[in-house]
Design a binder for this molecule. Structure first.
Ligand code: PLP
Length: 411
């Protein structure tokens, strides 16, 4: 059964936050790309952990053993979510940014001055800053150009990946423009010269199924708070690779993957919530295995989100003075995240007026500061971003369009 407005209305009962009103109207959560709301099942899993088995790991008593089992099971669930071969390839951390920094310190130990890292002008700063910092060690960072249509320039990509490249770090989908990047190209170019491929899947993971093995990524990162879970970063590493890296770790810590890059005690309660979020998504799918249910659910939800975002995309550009930034919706592989500017009104002012009307959208650069600079939008305050996720209704977008039309008319 596909995911339609009927299923959306049903799923909305699962998210307690959606019951909130503002001036007697429901709050419209169109801010998902910065973090989605969580279903009751996630809240229950987190509080259930504290109620029944709050303990540190590797003790000889029931709550500790249960915590060990939980962590293993969350890794298994995350492996199913990403299409990883097993739980051994899944590490956890505070968030994607922190894991990327940890990885950057480890990869730097494998590099020499003069080695190159390729990043892009489209990426979130979390997949740029940790690599740019390595310039102080003599590593050269090259940047793939962003075109005005919101896509990366494939010819420039080929130019930037030289035989000195050791790592290509690229996002799967842009949290600012909704572009889905050509990872097959990044893989082909990096493979040709034996460089690692690191994929930032934070934005993509909230909207499309991911198959790390098909992507052939060496590293892939995402963050559960973007897909209805709590604040936990997830790192997939190709089997056998993490063990070879010199990560920052205490001698008391496990040498093996996946623990090797995890410093200190994890947030066990939040991890319980990560599993619940993945199982929640899967509950909308079909199949024998968790993986099958995740993939079918995400595929159906993606089609639903695409329909609403495409409707917003085509309607908003009819409003006089509006410019839409990013690719159009002619391809289904386009994230349901749409950014606009309106001539004569700053993004801050627009977001404030929408916020006053209970329409929650983000303005600015959302840490995707480089694409906003490259598009020449930094001085004028960036863009206004609307994000669609599984619990958003077309009528919320229509409310948004109505208020935006009013702002445009009163300029
Ligand atoms: C595309 C993308 N990459 C990376 C990040 C950083 O994720 P985290 O907050 O888990 O560090 C974000 C957060 O907004 C993002 O949207």
């Amino acid at each position: 059964m596909p995911f339609t407005e009927t299923e959306c209305r049903r799923c909305r009962f699962d998210f307690p936050a959606l019951a909130r009103t503002w001036n007697e109207r429901p709050l419209a959560y169109l801010d998902g790309p910065a973090g989605s709301q969580v279903p009751q099942a996630v809240i229950d899993a987190i509080s259930g952990y504290y109620r029944t088995c709050n303990a540190n790991t590797e003790g000889q008593f029931p709550t500790s053993r249960e915590s060990d089992r939980l962590i293993r099971e969350v890794r298994q669930a995350a492996a199913a979510f990403l299409g990883a071969p097993s739980w051994r390839e899944i590490s956890f951390g505070q968030n994607m940014t922190t894991l990327t920094f940890a990885l950057s310190y480890a990869l730097a130990r494998e590099m020499q001055p003069g080695d190159e890292i390729v990043i892009t002008q489209l990426d979130h700063e979390a997949n740029r800053g940790p690599w740019l910092n390595l310039q102080e060690r003599g590593i050269i960072v090259r940047e793939v150009a962003l075109r005005r249509d919101g896509t990366l320039d494939p010819e420039d990509f080929a130019r930037q990946v030289t035989e000195r490249a050791r790592l290509v770090a690229v996002g799967l989908a842009s949290n600012a423009l909704g572009t889905v990047n050509d990872i097959a190209l990044a893989r082909r170019l990096s493979r040709e010269i034996g460089a690692w491929l690191l994929v930032d899947a934070v934005h993509h993971a909230a909207h499309f199924p991911i198959d790390v093995q098909a992507l052939d990524a060496d590293f892939l990162l995402c963050s559960a708070y973007k897909f209805y879970g709590p604040h936990v970063g997830i790192l997939y590493t190709r089997p056998g690779l993490l063990e070879r890296l010199r990560t920052d770790k205490l001698r008391t810590q496990e040498d093996e993957a996946p623990d090797r890059i995890e410093t200190g005690t994890l947030n066990h309660a939040a991890l319980a919530g990560v599993r619940a979020a993945i199982e929640y998504i899967a509950s909308w799918g079909r199949g024998e295995t968790l993986r099958e249910r995740v993939v079918t659910a995400m595929t159906d939800i993606a089609a639903y989100e695409h329909g609403i975002a495409a409707h917003y995309f085509s309607a908003v550009r009819q409003i006089p003075g509006v410019t839409v930034w990013g690719p159009d919706f002619t391809t289904p592989h386009r994230a349901p995240t749409v950014s606009i500017t309106l001539d004569g009104v700053t993004p801050l002012e627009i977001a404030k007026r929408l916020g006053d009307a209970g329409l929650q959208v983000w303005e600015g650069n959302f840490y995707a500061v480089r694409p906003i600079e490259v598009l020449g939008l930094a001085e004028s305050g960036g863009v206004v971003r609307t994000g669609i996720c599984m619990y958003n209704l077309r009528e919320e977008v229509d409310r948004l369009l109505e208020v935006l039309s009013g702002i445009a008319a009163s300029r």
